[in-house]
Design a binder for this molecule. Structure first.
Ligand code: G1P
Length: 286
């Protein structure tokens, strides 16, 4: 099986009061939860098992993951055939497992909570704050992992003013024609003057099962959290980490403003509603 882990146990503090009742991962991107869009990406990259790491206070996540032929039918009847096709895969063609992280102890800890569900296999991690235009990056990363056995991270070049909000990497040499680089170091949310480059982690990872052992050895970082970035640093130090510098379309929905911009940009690209939204926006700003 090709397994994808989607960490979705966060408390969504930035989105209060909405997240009092609605998990952040279910906030709609126009009409479809971000969680669905990242599951679609994982499935598009060949994953047939999705492990969602939730927390017991977020019962909406489990409710969303229950296969529902009735919902599929109603979406289909409303004319959204392509969406209905995607929804119909959940729980039938694609196995869904929910794992739990009951304390907010960091992304590394959340991934470790998926260990039993993943088993002794390689796995992808997709952070649902980050939405990609398609499954091409994750597909490429799986191919690289399958071919060479190294851990692989998705990277993007951003303005230096943005690096402090992300994991940031150092690399050797320049990316090859496919964007591939060897990653030599990783640092979580560096100060701008300490950032090793303008290449950031964009929340897509394909990791070997030994990553779980590395996570187990980690002490909490400064803020008390177990960081996935620290396990990646161990892999980088051992010469086992590759990156893909990607030009893929990407939206960071981690803040309310990022989320709103993502909703508008993604809706503008949709065939069914883009033209209408565009006309309205143009009229609004005349
Ligand atoms: C997490 C990771 C960070 C990565 C980012 C991508 O940070 O820790 O390395 O660059 O996701 O969105 P968070 O956004 O959870 O603070």
């Amino acid at each position: 099986m090709h397994t994808a882990v989607i960490p979705a146990a966060g408390l969504g503090t930035r989105f209060l009061p909405a997240t009092k009742a609605v998990p952040k991962e279910l906030m709609p991107i126009f009409d479809t939860p971000a969680l669905q869009l990242v599951m679609d990406e994982a499935i598009g990259a060949g994953c047939d098992h999705i492990v969602v790491v939730s927390n017991k206070a977020k019962s909406g996540i489990e409710a969303y993951l229950v296969p529902s032929p009735d919902v599929v039918k109603r979406v289909r009847d409303s004319g959204r055939t392509e969406l209905a096709d995607r929804l119909s895969l959940i729980g039938t063609d694609v196995k869904i497992t929910v794992a739990y992280q009951d304390e907010p102890r960091g992304l590394g800890h959340a991934v470790a909570c998926a260990r039993k569900a993943v088993g002794n296999e390689s796995f992808a991690v997709l952070l649902p704050d980050e939405l990609m235009g398609d499954a091409s990056l994750l597909t490429q990363m799986w191919k690289m992992h399958d071919a060479g056995g190294k851990h692989v991270v998705g990277l993007k070049q951003v303005p230096m003013s943005e690096v402090s909000a992300y994991g940031c990497v150092s690399t050797t040499g320049v990316p090859d024609k496919d964007g591939v680089v060897t990653v030599t170091g990783v640092v979580e949310k560096p100060a701008i003057n300490e950032a090793p480059s303008d290449l950031i982690l964009i929340g897509r990872y394909v990791l070997g099962a030994d990553m779980f052992d590395m996570l187990d050895t980690l002490a909490p970082a400064k803020g008390g959290e177990i960081l996935l970035t620290d396990a990646l640093l161990m892999a980088a130090t051992a010469g086992n980490l590759l990156g893909v510098v990607s030009e893929i379309e990407r939206h960071d929905t981690g803040t309310p403003m990022g989320w709103l911009q993502a909703v508008i940009e993604i809706a503008l690209k949709r065939k069914d509603v883009g033209a209408e939204l565009s006309t309205w926006l143009e009229g609004r700003f005349k």
